[in-house]
Design a protein around this ligand. Structure first.
Ligand code: ASP
Length: 312
């Protein structure tokens, strides 16, 4: 029935449109569970999900944990700062040891691009990439698309402006793969130092935020990823925000009905003004709510869930 039968979710690159829509539609069908009084179904009862995070996370890790628990899976969370990584154990050894305990799914975040792919080839367990360096963050892009579909009413043929630190953004890369499949017109907006050469192949490159968001249906704002910047890409944060902060005045350039997304964490007053982040066009909290449904869908599809009725 479902068009998504892969063993791992490592990225959105290379997925077919059918696979992408199967993920989004499955997520949509899981949403009502989170609106119930008793937010739990037996779908993943008896399954074990482990998260292994080598980078900080608030939303993504919590969202995976809530998703797993709403599906009745057992959830074990390991953060590298308190794991044997601090004693010199390699990523592969850590993952092999976890896999030897027979989890049904391993969710991982790492600062190195390709880390999830590396493990997927070596560890006998479904792997979900929860962010690998500046490479991909597939569940973030899926929740972005689900949120856009809810509010704009469609996913095809959208004008999407992605604004900010494109160079270091795994959120951008995952979204670009999906948006291209959906026929979006993409604009990549930021200072030249934060726009990689490959951006020209993803869409139209723009160095000015006002023209960048002009007539957009969707604006995706990005955080300045200081933790990935080994050098200065712009003179000061004040100067960056003067040119690239999404303010109410800049927002006027977009189409009526424009929606504003941000993957979080937001830096108020730097890439997005508070009154925009908290304003009527902002879908930031809807993104977080949809994140749980997306992760429920991904765990269900990868960890071999059974339908409610069969498990009850
Ligand atoms: N939370 C997103 C990520 O992990 C975006 C960000 O950190 O700015 O990539």
């Amino acid at each position: 029935m479902t068009a998504f039968t892969r063993e791992h979710l490592l990225g959105l690159e290379g997925l077919s449109l059918e696979e992408l829509m199967a993920l989004i539609d499955t997520a949509s069908s899981f949403r009502e569970i989170s609106e119930r009084d008793i937010k739990k179904v037996p779908t993943l009862r008896g399954k074990t999900v482990v998260s292994l995070f080598y980078e900080p996370s608030t939303r993504t890790r919590t969202s995976f944990e809530i998703a797993a628990k709403r599906l009745s899976a057992d959830f074990v969370s390991i953060s590298a700062s308190v794991s044997s990584a601090t004693k010199g154990e390699t990523l592969l050894d850590t993952a092999r040891n976890i896999a030897a305990m027979r989890p049904d799914c391993l969710i991982m975040r790492h600062s190195a691009a390709g880390a999830a792919h590396f493990l997927a080839q070596r560890v006998p367990c479904p792997i979900v990439n929860a962010g690998d360096g500046a490479h991909e963050h597939p569940t973030q892009a899926l929740l972005d698309l689900l949120t856009i579909r809810d509010h704009v009413g469609r996913l095809d043929g959208l004008d999407v402006a992605i604004v900010g630190d494109i160079l270091h953004s795994r959120v951008t890369r995952s979204n670009v793969h999906a948006l291209k499949l959906l026929g979006a017109r993409i604009r990549l907006v930021g200072p030249p130092t934060l726009l990689p050469a490959e951006a020209a192949a993803w869409g139209e490159v723009c160095y000015d935020i006002r023209s960048g968001v002009r007539n957009a249906d969707v604006i995706m704002m990005l955080r300045i990823q200081r933790e990935r910047q080994g050098r200065n890409f712009f003179p000061t944060l004040e100067e960056y925000s003067r040119y690239f902060c999404l303010t109410r005045s800049v927002l006027q350039e977009a189409r009526p009905g424009v929606v504003v997304l941000h993957p979080g964490p937001i830096n108020r007053g730097i890439e997005i003004a508070s009154d925009v982040a908290d304003g009527p066009d902002s879908l930031i909290m809807d993104q977080v709510t949809n994140g749980v449904a997306v992760r429920m869908a991904v765990l269900y599809l990868l960890a071999g869930g059974v339908d409610d009725e069969a498990a009850a």
